[in-house]
Design a protein around this ligand. Structure first.
Ligand SMILES: Cc1cc2nc3c(=O)[nH]c(=O)nc-3n(C[C@H](O)[C@H](O)[C@H](O)COP(=O)(O)O)c2cc1C
Length: 182
């Protein structure tokens, strides 16, 4: 799979860390962009993000990336975690950073865009922005962990969200807990 991964300044950098952990990087082409606030949150929550060597990284303030254009063929883009600020900027189509431009491109090209949003509670502006991006074709997959698998560690809690994301991408996750199956 040819995948764009963005991380923004919402709490939950662990979700991206676990996503990278579960993904077999060698089987996919991975392109990563971080917002400047994402770097602050990573520092606060993880110290550092372990990024596999094969992941290609890009600057947020440069459009010198293939996925800044609809001419490049990608399978999906995920923003994990996705701040409500980024949801609002996608909803208004500002397209002013590489993350926002790429999201704009994926929507206009009708490609898969998955936003792992995290904020609670929501105000009405945020709720309306969520509706706007869904109407434009985005999949909103809130970072809402589940507990019926009795997770014992923070990593296992985060995985309950990451496994649902892998499902949306059509990537097999043999370790996922499935109700009444495993
Ligand atoms: C430690 C920390 C945690 C944050 N958590 C959230 C959050 O969970 N959700 C959110 O929407 N914004 C959160 N923010 C605020 C965003 O970082 C801020 O709105 C920023 O402008 C988002 O910009 P970006 O989307 O370009 O990264 C947090 C900020 C910090 C410093």
């Amino acid at each position: 799979m040819r995948l764009v991964i963005a991380i923004t300044g919402a709490s939950g950098a662990l979700y991206l860390q676990r996503f990278l952990h579960h993904l077999d990087g060698k089987g996919h082409e991975l392109h990563l962009v971080m917002s400047s606030y994402a770097k602050q949150v990573i520092h606060q929550e993880l110290g550092t993000l372990a990024i596999p060597l094969e992941v290609q990284q890009y600057q947020e303030k440069s459009m010198m990336a293939p996925f800044a254009s609809g001419s490049a063929l990608f399978d999906a883009m995920i923003i994990i975690p996705c701040s409500m600020g980024t949801v609002g900027r996608i909803a208004s189509g500002t397209s002013e950073t590489l993350i926002l431009r790429a999201a704009d491109v994926f929507l206009k090209e009708r490609r898969k865009l998955i936003l792992v949003v995290r904020e609670t509670p929501w105000n009405l502006i945020q709720a309306r922005n969520i509706v706007t991006v869904m109407e434009a074709g985005a999949c909103v997959l809130p970072a809402m962990p589940s507990f019926y698998s009795n997770p014992k560690t923070l990593e296992e809690v985060a995985d309950t969200v990451v496994f649902r994301l892998l499902d949306q991408l059509g990537i097999e996750s043999p370790n996922a807990c499935r109700w009444q199956e495993s």
